[in-house]
Design a binder for this molecule. Structure first.
Ligand code: DSN
Length: 488
């Protein structure tokens, strides 16, 4: 249940949760008071800031409380019913319930709920694709009975085959993610990577160019999904392209899983009917515990099941339990209302920026995020992010297509609606957020660096802007308390 002060059941839930947290914090305090203090402070900080980081949210007390139990104490490598440890019956139960909710919520043939994060979920998927798709010589052909009998030379042949496959993913500056084959991530070392971008004029995904690139590059895996692209993707078209070149279609829906779960993205915008594998985190728009999961067709199920111990450490029973609780919440009509509000609010935020003359990548949004091009304010993303933070508005800097400032300083700021929608913000509040953000950015100036070059990091806010905006944020937040009724 989402906390709200509007009905007695919600108030009783808040009172019980308050009691649980007070007790837990006093137990923690008796051992390491500084951890209890930091935990209380984190709640105070989150309550008092305007959280617009597109990948963050607030999980329910039920989800959070589920993580604090002895399910954490059990080792359970392997899969349901096939563990490398004894006495895993309760972890089997927990994992089976979480997987059942995931399958039924998303209409997937198979669900694997062990990944500890989105990176882990993608690693499981990449391994599953390599294991399933790369044709290796039969052991008998190599003249050996088992893998332990392979010579070093034969291993080298197998490694060479695994290590020379191709992946095609969205470019980082168009909104793709590091784990989609980019060098700072292991995926960029596992695969030869090429990326597809967006149309320079519209900044929208260019499916024709993507098709041409795929035909030339012939990837083993076509990766769809993004972390900073403010538009919906047509997965039927992605499927067609994958089929034309014989690629496995992997969709990373980490950012928009909540919109799929909440039936905002349906038909050709729902990746599950079209992809071979779908990965996600569970803590973004899906509003669950920090973690990941993989959905797959039956064809890939056995390979996905090898995730642990192939690329994952022991499954976390307490987090799989919390995933089950969050997925149960996501199956309610209340969650569908929430998901629709996330998308409606993003539009209100975009309109608020556009009406005030700001420039948005692609000119708007139809998902949960907007990407503000702050070069129009004469700022880098780094300067804008810092100035907004000083004023109590928490965002993150992000590259824009063909960004002249690269991935560190950037020219953009990404803002998302999932967290503040959980607090109850609607269109009017998001319009006010746009007003406050534009006002801060207009009153921020870059400061010349010590070498006399235009500064990319330093900035100055006009007098009083930070304090005034913080006060305005507090006023805005006052009507939308985080975890209403929850008192420590
Ligand atoms: N860190 C997530 C995000 O902010 O989009 C993705 O890894």
């Amino acid at each position: 249940m989402t906390l709200t002060t509007e009905n007695p059941a919600a108030l009783a839930y808040a009172a019980t949760a308050s009691q649980a947290y007070r007790s837990a914090l006093s137990v923690i305090e008796s051992v390491e008071p500084r951890i209890a203090d930091a935990t209380r402070q984190e709640l105070a900080d989150q309550r008092s800031s305007l959280k617009l980081i597109a990948s963050e949210n607030y999980a329910s007390p039920a989800v959070l409380l589920t993580m604090g139990t002895w399910l954490s104490d059990k080792y359970a490598e392997g899969t349901i019913g096939h563990r490398f440890y004894a006495a895993c019956q309760n972890i089997d139960t927990v994992e089976a319930i979480a997987a059942e909710h995931a399958r039924e919520l998303f209409g997937a043939e198979y669900a694997y709920v062990q990944p500890h994060s989105g990176i882990d979920a993608n690693l499981v998927a990449f391994w599953a694709i390599l294991a399933h798709r790369v044709e290796l010589p039969e052991l008998a052909e190599l003249g050996v009975k088992g893998i332990n009998d392979l010579t070093e030379e034969q291993w080298e042949t197998l490694r060479h085959k695994f290590g020379h496959q191709r992946a095609l993913g969205m470019s980082l500056d168009a909104g793709g993610h590091l784990t989609h084959g980019f060098r700072p991530n292991i995926s960029g070392k596992m695969f030869h990577q090429r990326s597809y971008g967006t149309d320079p004029a519209t900044q929208l995904l260019d499916y024709d160019l993507l098709r041409a690139t795929a035909k030339e590059f012939k990837p083993l895996v076509l990766i769809a999904g993004y972390s900073a692209y403010p538009r919906r993707v047509n997965f039927a078209r992605m499927r067609e392209i994958a089929d034309e070149v014989g690629a496995t279609l992997l969709v990373d829906m980490a950012h928009f899983a909540g919109l799929v779960a909440g039936k905002v993205f349906t038909g050709e915008e729902d990746p599950v009917p079209y992809a071979d594998l779908v990965t996600t985190t569970t803590h973004k728009s899906l509003r669950g515990p920090r973690g990941g999961l993989v959905l797959a067709t039956q064809e890939y199920a056995d390979s996905v099941d090898r995730g642990c111990p192939m690329v994952l450490g022991g499954p976390m029973g307490h987090v799989m339990a919390a995933k089950a609780v969050a997925l149960a919440e996501a199956r309610t009509p209340e969650f569908q209302t929430y998901a629709q509000a996330v998308a409606d609010n993003a539009k209100a935020l975009a309109d608020g920026f556009l009406r005030r003359g700001a420039r948005l990548v692609t000119g708007g949004t139809d998902n949960h995020l907007v990407l503000l091009d702050v070069s129009a304010f004469g700022l880098t993303g780094r300067q804008a992010e810092s100035a907004l933070l000083d004023a109590g508005i928490v965002t993150n800097r992000n590259a824009v297509p063909s960004d002249p400032n690269g991935a560190w300083y950037t020219s953009g700021v990404r803002l998302g609606t999932p967290a503040l929608t959980t607090r109850g913000f609607g269109a009017d509040e998001f319009d006010r957020v746009a007003e406050l953000a534009v006002s801060v950015l207009k009153q921020t100036t870059p400061v010349t660096a010590s070498n006399g070059q235009p500064g990319k990091a330093k900035y100055a806010l006009a007098d009083g802007v930070a304090d005034d905006t913080r006060a305005a944020c507090a006023e805005l937040l006052a009507d939308f308390p985080l975890y209403p009724g929850l008192q420590l």
